[in-house]
Design a protein around this ligand. Structure first.
Ligand code: F6P
Length: 320
């Protein structure tokens, strides 16, 4: 019997619980014991964990958030913090550590990998979908669906009042969430950090759209891409449209995971345990071209995941 640790770290994402459950049950089936470290890297610094068994993870598959809790952990960014985590792993004879999180968690895990013999495997889970090495992260589909459900409602009132809405979605510094949400709600304009926008293009688009008979509109903006209050004022002044704002915020991080988020969680966990059985570590698992693959942790951390700009163009055509 060998020991596997599991930890959820960084911003929570729907499907983290499905991933914990799958890691525990699959690891047990391969004769591993599982230690669930609590509150992200904090738990590994403080050596706080609970033994997880196939029974103890019953009833969590459908829950949002993470039963292990999570945190952003500034101490883990220090040498002393990383050394503490390495000590905890050695103390508890943890042979493999499954890290369920996003880019920040993986960057920390990469530094840790230089200080420990424990094999580390990353399971990408973040609503931002910004991890290199996977076409999709656990939680992304749920966040997309949450945002789409809300924006469909906003569309009703936008049409009734002939208003333009700027809807801000999350995504940290990347536009994956905004792009997929924008495309699937039929947004008239999508603003992502990866593509510079000109206000004058927005004014022109809205005026042309109005001339064609479309008197309302939805602009989906990734967080941080624009000062949306200023943008709203400028649109009103330059187009005569009435503009309202809606920030979707943290609702996008919660809620029951969709079937797709649960499926990815289960498949990623299966691959993660398979790697540990084969004594392979310092990798992240992911979805690539429809199959479950894995890449080096270092490569994932050091490579920026590309955004598919052709989808912006497609969204533009679809919104005419
Ligand atoms: O990474 C997930 C995310 O929700 C981002 O979209 C957002 O920018 C960030 O986390 C918010 O972080 P915090 O939970 O620390 O406020």
């Amino acid at each position: 019997m060998r020991n596997v640790g599991v930890v959820t770290s960084g911003g929570d994402a729907p499907g983290m619980n499905a991933a914990i459950r799958a890691v525990v049950r699959i690891a047990y089936s391969k004769d591993f014991r599982v230690l669930g470290f609590e509150r992200g890297w904090e738990g590994l610094i403080a050596n706080t964990f609970k033994p997880l068994t196939p029974r103890s993870v019953g009833g969590i598959l459908q829950l949002g958030g993470t039963v292990l809790r999570t945190s952003r952990c500034p101490r883990f960014r220090t040498t002393e913090g990383i050394e503490k985590v390495a000590e905890t792993l050695a103390l508890n004879h943890v042979d493999g550590l499954v890290v369920i999180g996003g880019n920040g968690s993986f960057k920390g895990a990469l530094k840790l990998s230089l200080e420990t013999d424990t094999l580390i495997v990353g399971l990408p889970a973040t609503i931002d979908n910004d991890v290199f090495g996977t076409d999709e992260t656990i939680g992304f589909d749920t966040a997309v669906n949450t945002a789409v459900t809300e924006i469909d409602k906003i569309r009703d009132t936008a049409i009734s009042h002939e208003r333009v809405f700027i809807v801000e979605v999350m995504g940290r510094e990347r536009g994956f969430l905004a792009l997929t949400v924008g495309l699937t709600v039929g947004a008239e304009m999508i603003l992502v950090p990866e593509a510079k926008y000109k206000k004058k293009n927005i004014f022109e688009m809205l005026k042309e759209s109005s001339a064609r008979g479309k008197k309302s509109g939805i602009i989906v903006a990734a967080e941080g891409v624009a000062d949306i209050r200023n943008l709203a004022r400028d649109i009103e002044e330059n187009t005569g449209s009435e503009v309202r704002l809606s920030v979707l915020g943290y609702a996008q991080r919660g809620g029951n995971p969709t079937a797709r988020s649960r499926l990815l969680a289960s498949l990623f966990a299966d691959k993660a345990v398979e790697l540990l059985v084969k004594n392979q570590g310092n990798r992240i698992v992911g979805l690539q071209e429809g199959g479950i693959a894995n890449v080096e942790l270092e490569k994932s951390c050091k490579t920026e995941k590309p955004l598919d700009f052709s989808l912006l163009q497609l969204a533009k055509v679809l919104a005419t």
